[in-house]
Design a protein. Sequence first.
Length: 375
Amino acid sequence: MILSETTSRLERGLRGELNALAVLDHTTRVLLDAVPADVWCGVVLDPSTLLDTGGRHESGFPESSMRRLFEIEHVEQDDVDNLRALTRRSGKVSLLSRSTDGRLDDSKYYREILRPLGLADELRILLRQGPRTWGLLVLCRDAHTRPFSAAELAVAEAVSVPACAALRRSLLLSGVDCGPLPDAPGWVVLDGDLGIRSMSPTARHWLDQLQEQHAPGRGEGGPYLLRALAVQARGEQAGAGAHVRAPTGTGRWVSLRAWPLEQGGEPTVVVSIGPTEPAELTALVLDVYGLSPRAREIAQHVLLGRSTSEIAGHLGVSEYTVQDHLKQVFDKVGVRSRRELVAELFFRHYLPQLAHPPLSTDGRLLSPEHDGRAD
């Protein structure tokens, strides 16, 4: 009864066009009524890098814990319930006490983050659809609160599905979009006949840069690329969507992603369009170090927390070949280990922006000249 009431209440509140923070706010309020917690937070994640891009932290960990938490989570990546390890598992919910078989002291994260704060256990809920993880909910209880029960874990698992769908939709449809922000996505909604129903100013900015020309009187309904993508999205399995990257006339690349969506009983297609994702940006950073294509590919796998054997299996090469390329990567970047490689790239290229991050309402980083602050 509690499970069905919770999911029904959650789904009712997630209807409509909500931004990412509103999705997290409603989801956590409903969830906490059924699964109370002493410390909690909701995080928006970049699905390519699994780095935080925004979230609700008012009831989360203190500022003094965050740097070490980031180090364990994004640099060392070796704890039992590390985010990257969770994304390789089949379930959407993980309880630290279960993952350690009751030996919480085996967890570095518990010893260095939870225990000093008087917290006894942590529940993590992935907001994931297929292989892509869009967000994370974290609930902690202290030693004076009863342990998480199996029934509460079932509620948490059920909440993940509608919350993920709403969060993904929010990143397409909501947020402040007042003009052509250079590093922000825009959105287009196509009607049942693939005509443009509505479009944000930023989307118009990107569409105008696509390299597509038409004879007079043609292409007035929008780029053919846009409509071809929408057709493909409709033909895919439910929720799969379609994705394409296209070069602009200025030498940049943009990514377009389309999902079919029912709105008021009418079949529509929602398309997001913006700069290519951080995975490609990471590749550009690695290019700066002069890495070969294969070495760069292996370095990206290392950043995702994959072992030598996992990389070898994925690429169809020997573990010796992987180690040989890794040595070249270490020499080029000027480090001596995997940990130093991740730390170099994370702390040099990402962490400096977290101290005072200029964020849009959907959690994406904006360039300094567009963050609305005076120098």
